[in-house]
Design a binder for this molecule. Sequence first.
Ligand SMILES: *Cc1c(COP(=O)(O)O)cnc(C)c1O
Length: 337
Amino acid sequence: MENLDWKNIGFGYRDSDYNVRCYYREGKWGELEISTSNQISIHIGATCLHYGQESFEGLKAYKGKDGKIRVFRIEDNALRMQASARGILMQELPVEIFKEAVFKTIKLNKHFVPPYESGASLYIRPLLIGTGPQIGVKPATEYLFMVFVMPVGPYFKEGFKPTDYVIYREYDRAAPLGTGNIKVGGNYAASMKAGVRAHNEGYSAVLYLDAREKKYLDECGPANFFGIKGNTYVTPKSESILPSITNKSLRQLALDMGMTVEERKVPVEELAEFSEAGACGTAAVLSPVRSVVDADLNKRYFYGDEPGPVCVKLYNKLIDIQYGCEPDPHGWVTIVE
Ligand SMILES: *Cc1c(COP(=O)(O)O)cnc(C)c1O
C-alpha cells in the first residue's frame, strides 16, 4: 500500500483485501461473513441477473489529520438502501447490520484508507441483490448483502475544476413514476447510452430533464444539480430524482451560512439566472459546472472557468467536516473505532 500514488489513484475499481457478506435465507438474515475473494457464486436463475433486483449505496471514509477514520452520514445510506429495497420488493436490511458490515469492512481494510494529506478517501460500496431463482417475474426469496471498499481520488479527474454538462431531450434516465428516486442498477443501465455519448462529446455528464414534460431540471446522471441565484441555493424537486445525501448536506450548510434554500421545480430557462451551478454526490462531492449546453436548442449557459465563491465555500465546509477539521454540529460523522 505504501507505494500507492494516493493523489493520482482516480476513481476506478480496485481490489482491497477483504469484503463482508450477509445472506438472507429461510426468512432471516445470517451472520456477517468475511471473504478474501472478489468473486461471488450465485444461482443462474437469480433475480438480480434477470429482473434487476439490485440496489447499491456509495459512501466514503476519510482519514483525518488526527489519524482517525470517519464515515459520513452512514445512517442515511442504510435508510436509503431500505427505501430502495421496498421500491423493488427486496428484503430490507436492518440498519444495524448495514452499519456493522460497513465498519467491519473498513477496519479489515484500514491500510487502504488514504492518508489525510492526499485528499483521497476510501469509497465504500454496499450492494444488495436478489440471489434466489425465479423465472416468472417475482421477488426472490434469498438475498445477498455485501460491502467492499477501494481507495479513490476525485471522481472527476479534473478535480475541483468546473466542467461541462449537456442536455439531450431524446433520453430519460427514469420514468416519472418509476424508480428514479431509489438507488437501483436499472436506472444506471438506462443512463449509460446518454452518459457515454456525453463523454464522447466532451461533457462530464448529462443533465436530465423531467421525463414527463421536458420542462424542468431533474439531475445529472450520477449526481444531483443545484444553482446559485443571489443568496439562494436552488435545487430541483422531482419525483424521479435520487435524494442525494450530499445535496441534503449542502442545503443544510447553505442555511447555516445564512443562505435561503429552495427545493422546487426548476424550469430549464432558469439556468440563465444562476451565477454558479454545481453537481453533487458522494463520488464527486461537489463538482462546479462550467457550462450547460442545451444540445437540442443549440444554447449554452456559462458559469465560469473557475469555481464560483459559493461553490468553493460550500465545498470546503463540507470536506472539512468530513475530514474532521471542523466541528460537526449536525452529528453527521461517525468515528470508526
Ligand atoms: C447516488 C446518487 C446520487 C448522489 O447521492 P449521494 O447520497 O449524495 O451520494 C445522485 N444521483 C443519483 C442518480 C445517484 O444514484
